[in-house]
Design a protein around this ligand. Structure first.
Ligand code: IMP
Length: 177
């Protein structure tokens, strides 16, 4: 198995940032009919940690989309492989994503969700790989900006590996992690 990918953002930094953003969400959505939508699989860790810092009632749902294959490059093809269980019409929807890279996935997803008539639709992204953006995406709650490298850990994978790491790391393929 070898050594683990090097740390880019530690567990402690993630936790304190989520605490801040959770407080922002609690303030901004007070009195709202909030549904937080995690995008599978990558967002399962951040969604689970984030909701524990949100101090207002909310509902949780998931969607799964396929945009990447098993490797590290984007295909540009997006399809919904698991749709929402809840009806979002007239609700306040906060999409929770692990990382925005080219922006193609989120652009497609947000346009699709908008057609269903939510009262509001915003985006939380733990990581923003700004340099890689191909289409603009409006991120309301952003955890960290990251360099244009392949990121793993804390829910993010490379070919289904490394999701379990408690921190955010950088993949150094030449070292065989
Ligand atoms: P986008 O459509 O290029 O913005 O990519 C969005 C999706 O690609 C994310 O939800 C991730 O699943 C995946 N992705 C993009 N960059 C990375 C990365 O550095 N590590 C792991 N997954 C990534």
């Amino acid at each position: 198995m070898g050594t683990k990918p090097p740390v880019l953002i530690s567990q402690e930094r993630i936790e304190s940032r989520l605490r801040e953003l959770g407080a922002d969400i609690s303030r901004d959505y007070r009195g709202a009919d909030l549904i937080m939508v995690g995008i599978l699989k990558g967002a399962f860790v951040v969604l689970a940690d984030l909701v524990r810092f949100v101090e207002i009632p909310l509902r949780i749902d998931f969607m799964a989309v396929s945009s990447y294959g098993m490797g590290t490059s984007t295909s540009g093809v997006v399809s919904i492989t698991k749709d929402l269980d809840l009806d979002i019409q007239g609700r306040d929807v906060l999409v929770v994503e692990d990382i925005v890279d080219t922006g193609l996935t989120l652009d497609y997803l947000l346009r699709t969700l908008k057609t269903r008539g939510p009262s509001s639709l915003s985006l939380f992204a733990l990581l923003d790989k700004k340099e890689a953006r191909e289409v603009p995406v409006d991120i309301t709650y952003r955890g960290f900006e990251v360099p244009n490298r392949f990121i793993v850990g804390y829910g993010l994978d490379c070919g289904e590996r490394h999701r379990e790491l408690p921190y955010i790391g950088i993949l150094e393929e030449e070292k065989g992690y």
